[in-house]
Design a protein around this ligand. Structure first.
Ligand code: CU
Length: 466
């Protein structure tokens, strides 16, 4: 190999290393690596000897879906995000060929965290569009490793999807399991906000601020849900190879409704057991194993939970098989729970037994009642909170009949309520306020935030109470 001949001239120590490497290489059988697209994993190697493994991987830039209706120009290894899963064995000598598709606009390279050597191979694999680079390395340390592009600007190449996993099996192999899957988390930064349709360009400023619009498993929102979910059968053992490409965020990886029997912490030798959530650093990985004992849909999440439900970090494992009611019963009963004789609880209040003589005084005292009792839910300007607490500012419900507001305070309010054409279906607790306080707070509301005015007296509240 030409590159090796050059290094022969450079230094004696290196020469010895390379010669011994070559001598060994001569005895090794050569094989071509099986590469798989996520969520699949190549089969176990089941070898008892080292081999020379030839890996051919291509970098490509192409448009794909980041979410329903949202397109993105992904940069990838092997056509997928994450890139192809690579599986080798401790002691293997890997001959790596990185090709950059002629249609690429950028040069790319690869830094494999499984490499012992400068840049993890980055300099040696720097490849212009339409070229192929070759370099070799020996897999000295077993474990699960991230690989990624390290061409400047590095963050941008990673943010565009240039990462994947390489497993270096220990010499003795990993214990057999029934299912193996490949899942990698990544964060994405787009000009538009989450879900904004169309082709979304990369947003460098958001990436620098670590203000992710998307946090996803396997390259897109919903990549591994519903009909694309991972699958298993009751009684099987499942091993997930989980990586985190970043570029920025650390993953709190969790499977809802499962406990990891074993976690290979950070993808290394250390095995932890009975783990709920494992941390996966950006540029890191973990192997998690668990047996599925009951059927159902198990949700993989980043337990930094807004990422799961608002940014896409959610995948599914569907387990089929017979119910195991001794382990999990499912819902056994749904009975009404009425600790105080009513589904509506009442809130104790701070009484302010003040008598107001004028409407202006009522408004003034009413404001205090509001701040102490209503503001936490209905907000400081009566604007409410969408889909949780209806507004009291310009509420057509209240304005049409202020006595309904009195009722809500005395009895609480639950079930569908329509305010300004929006239906709320929640629960407002009953408040134990005296008649004067109720009259004051409703009067305050009626005369605040551009509401049309009006007045409710303590007498009217007393009558209403009856
Ligand atoms: Cu790149």
């Amino acid at each position: 190999m030409r590159v090796r001949q050059i290094t022969h001239i450079i230094g004696l120590l290196f020469v010895i290393g390379v010669i011994s490497g070559n001598a060994q290489a001569n005895n090794l059988k050569t094989e071509k690596a099986i590469l798989t697209a996520p969520p699949m994993v190549p089969p176990p190697l089941n070898r008892d000897h080292s081999a020379k493994v030839v890996i051919k991987l291509e970098t490509k830039e192409q448009i794909g879906a980041l979410a329903d209706g949202v397109d993105y120009v992904f940069w990838s290894f092997g056509d997928t995000v994450p890139g192809s899963f690579i599986r080798v064995r401790e002691g293997d000598e890997i001959e790596f060929h990185l090709s950059n598709h002629p249609s690429s606009k950028m040069p790319h390279n690869i830094d494999l965290h499984a490499v012992t050597g400068p840049g993890g191979g980055a300099e040696s694999s720097f490849t212009a569009p339409g070229h192929t680079s070759t370099f070799s390395f020996k897999a000295l340390n077993p474990g699960l490793y991230i690989y990624h592009c390290a061409t400047a600007p590095v963050g941008m190449h990673i943010a565009n999807g240039m990462y994947g996993l390489i497993l270096v099996e220990p010499e003795e192999g990993l214990p057999p399991v029934d299912r193996e899957y490949y899942v990698v988390q990544g964060d994405f930064y787009t000009k538009g906000e989450f879900g904004e349709a169309g082709l979304q360009p990369f947003d460098m400023a958001k990436a620098i601020d670590e203000d992710a619009d998307y946090v996803v498993f396997n390259g897109s929102v919903g990549s591994t849900t519903n009909e694309n979910a991972l699958t298993a059968k009751v009684g099987e053992t499942v091993r997930l190879y989980v990586g985190n490409g970043g570029p920025n965020l650390v993953s709190s990886f969790h499977v809802i409704g499962e406990i990891f029997d074993t976690v290979y912490v950070e993808g290394g030798d250390l095995k932890n057991h009975n783990v709920q959530t494992t941390l996966i650093p950006a540029g890191g990985a973990a192997i998690v194993e668990f047996k599925v004992e009951v059927p159902g849909t198990f949700i993989l999440v980043d337990h930094s939970i807004f990422r799961a439900f608002n940014k896409g970090a959610l995948a599914m494992l569907k387990v089929e098989g017979a119910e195991a009611e001794a382990i999990f019963s499912g819902k056994q009963a749904d009975s009404v729970y009425l600790p105080e004789g009513s589904a509506i609880q009442s809130l104790e209040n701070n009484h302010m037994a003040v008598t107001a003589k004028t409407k202006a005084e009522q408004i003034r005292f009413g404001q205090r009642v509001y701040e102490a009792n209503c503001m936490a839910c209905h907000q400081s300007n009566g604007q409410g909170i969408p889909s949780a607490f209806p507004p009291l500012a310009k509420s057509d419900y209240l304005i049409a009949n202020p006595m309904l507001g009195v009722d809500a305070i005395i009895h609480g309010l639950s079930g569908p309520v329509k305010v300004n054409d929006v239906t709320y279906n929640s629960v407002m607790p009953a408040m134990s306020l005296n008649d004067q306080d109720i009259a004051n707070v409703i009067t305050f509301v009626l005369n605040s935030w551009d509401n049309p005015g009006g007045q409710v007296t303590a007498n009217e509240v007393a009558k209403r109470r009856k």
